[in-house]
Design a protein around this ligand. Structure first.
Ligand code: MN
Length: 157
């Protein structure tokens, strides 16, 4: 994993561990990057080869959780909506995100995508590059999965 990923993972760990009151956990945890368990994201809501791992799960009273998702070249989510929004941080590679009715937006390493609640969109790799992002969400948030991103909709360069 690259340095940027390690910085974001550390920041995420510190931000959820820094709440002294009401916290069930009483000490920091450090998760080594090589212990993350990547599994296939499946083919019902993703096109192409997509693997993902939890980075951290909610630590009360926080509802924040994070996952890291790697899209092979050409791979992408289906169109979908987050009812509580989502933040993406690109940690490696080149990809795209697109809102329904708008042009695709190129994503490079380090780019940050804030997706408000209720906005139909997709995100994924470029055709000729893989892309890895961290996805930050809240428990209680629901994802409504819609139709695949067609070859006509997907950027061809
Ligand atoms: Mn999304």
């Amino acid at each position: 994993m690259n340095k940027l990923f390690k910085i974001f993972a550390l920041a995420a760990a510190l931000s959820t561990a820094a709440i002294p009151a009401l916290a069930e956990e009483t000490h920091q945890t450090v998760t080594q990057t090589n212990t993350l368990q990547f599994v296939s994201a499946g083919s019902k809501t993703f096109t192409g080869d997509v693997t993902m791992s939890n980075i951290y799960t909610p630590q009360a009273p926080s509802k924040s959780y994070a996952a890291i998702v790697t899209f092979a070249p050409g791979a992408r989510t289906y169109w979908h909506v987050h009812d509580m929004g989502q933040t993406l941080i690109v940690t490696e590679g080149i990809g795209y995100t697109q809102e329904w009715g708008k042009e695709p937006v190129l994503l490079n390493t380090g780019d940050i995508v804030r997706c408000p609640p209720g906005v139909k969109h997709w995100h994924g790799a470029a055709p000729d590059s893989s892309m890895t992002h961290i996805a930050l969400s809240e428990t209680g948030g629901k994802v409504t999965w819609l139709e695949p991103v067609s070859e006509a909709e997907y950027p061809q360069k």
